[in-house]
Write a protein that binds this ligand. Structure first.
Ligand SMILES: [Zn+2]
Length: 159
């Protein structure tokens, strides 16, 4: 099941006949997640939702504010440019072996008062990455986007 498929009957989620597969859990992206991935795939934009009461813009979007529980139902394009809030450098792969080239992962803010989007950095080295670095999203061509977070290939430094 992908983010675009929806349950039509409640029994589809409450009943499980036969053996339950425990190695293939599938999760839906939820209402806000679906909006986020569809917009990324179809329009090449990054969406958030803003709580006017708290002054927080959630990226990726949430349908409720985590601070005041207000319902958030207006999506906003936060742009493709952001700023590195924090980062980490991975030098080992999933198998525990050293990577040929370190990977850099960062939390990226999209203006003040936004929550951060976790993603990979590119076109930057462990020696040149820094907190506060201005970055922009590098998207896959539209024909190759499938509604996944990897539709954003990475974020690269601006300028
Ligand atoms: Zn709020």
């Amino acid at each position: 099941m992908t983010f675009s498929e929806k349950f039509q009957k409640t029994t589809d989620v409450k009943h499980w006949l036969g053996d339950m597969e425990v190695d293939h859990f599938l999760y839906t992206a939820g209402i806000a997640g679906e909006a986020f991935f569809v917009a990324l795939r179809d329009k090449g934009v990054i969406l958030g939702t803003r709580c006017e009461l708290c002054g927080i813009t959630y990226v990726p979007p949430r349908i409720y504010c985590e601070h005041c529980f207000a319902e958030l139902n207006e999506y906003t394009d936060v742009g493709l440019r952001g700023r590195v809030r924090s980062f980490t450098i991975a030098r080992l792969g999933k198998d525990g072996n050293e990577l040929k080239k370190p990977e850099i992962f960062a939390v990226i803010d999209f203006g003040s008062g936004t929550t951060g989007l976790l993603h990979k950095l590119g076109e930057v080295t462990p020696e040149t990455v820094k907190v506060g670095l201005d970055v922009e999203a590098v998207l896959k061509p539209k024909s190759q986007r499938g509604g996944h977070i990897t539709d954003i290939e990475y974020f690269r430094p601006v300028g």
